[in-house]
Design a protein around this ligand. Structure first.
Ligand SMILES: C[S@@+](CC[C@H](N)C(=O)[O-])C[C@H]1O[C@@H](n2cnc3c(N)ncnc32)[C@H](O)[C@@H]1O
Length: 246
């Protein structure tokens, strides 16, 4: 049976939405990781009409909203994740769709800062960046953030096949990866909430790409790479590459 990975991702995030913030942002709105990212983003001009793809529970735009940024559109496959985002940004416009189908015109910042593209094949990434280049407003900025783990570490060092960690002092996570090609693996993560004893699992397919190849892919369609934020500036969100059309 062929798996529809977009459908699967939606189902998985709908399921994880109830624990997502306890797991990844237990101290929201405080926390050095998000604060690092936000203090980097606010150094750029604009932000009058912000679109975040893979907006999830809105932890990033929620902080921008608290700082006085006003207009937000969230794109996500998971309506359940976005229900939590609406609690942080009451006037959030939500669109439940695959970011490959999004119309990118009309925004001055497009944020993709939560490793969204690691679920999209490298062929599809090329098509997406080209579509974005054609649709984005002339002066709009495009911010792309990817965790080091996937894009540099896993790609350049020994391929990780399993691991175990405890997050937020509360969730035990065990994961297994099966590499199916040099740049793609299937993964499954098992979560145990040690407070409630609830169990969750999350199945995913990840595509990896090196930093150099990603930046090249985006500049090859016409974008200009104007800045790179490194983890010392951006916290958990690690590298953020910023692009402009001209
Ligand atoms: C790791 S969460 C990141 C959330 C948010 N950006 C943050 O940093 O807190 C990834 C989100 O991307 C969404 N997502 C994954 N693939 C997507 C796609 N192809 N189109 C739209 N949303 C997608 C998931 O449903 C999930 O809510």
């Amino acid at each position: 049976m062929t798996i529809n990975w977009s459908m699967k991702e939606k189902e998985e995030y709908d399921k994880l939405s109830v624990i997502y913030d306890d797991l990844y942002a237990p101290t929201w709105p405080r926390g050095p990781n998000l604060e690092g990212l936000i203090s980097y983003l606010v150094t750029f001009s604009g932000g009058n009409n912000i679109c975040e793809v893979g907006v999830g529970t809105g932890n990033v735009i929620g902080l921008l909203y608290n700082l006085g940024y006003k207009n937000f559109t969230g794109i996500d496959l998971s309506s359940k994740m976005m229900e939590f985002a609406k609690q942080k940004v009451p006037n959030l416009i939500t669109i439940e769709e695959d970011l490959r189908d999004t119309n990118y015109s009309g925004f001055d910042w497009i944020l993709s800062v939560g490793s969204i593209y690691n679920r999209i094949s490298n062929e599809d990434k090329k098509k997406l960046f080209s579509k974005m280049y054609n649709e984005m407003d002339e002066d709009a900025l495009f911010f792309v953030g990817l965790r080091n783990y996937t894009y540099n570490y896993a790609f350049e060092t020994e391929k990780i096949t399993s691991g175990k960690e405890t997050k937020a002092g509360r969730f035990e996570i065990e994961y297994k990866h099966e590499w199916i090609s040099h740049d793609c693996y299937y993964g499954v993560a098992y979560y145990v909430d040690l407070e409630t004893n609830q169990k969750f699992d999350y199945t995913y397919k990840t595509y990896v790409i090196s930093e150099e190849d990603l930046v090249k892919m985006i500049t090859d369609v016409g974008f200009t790479h104007i800045n790179t934020g490194r983890p010392k500036d951006t916290g958990y969100y690690s590298n953020i590459w910023v692009f402009k059309k001209k």
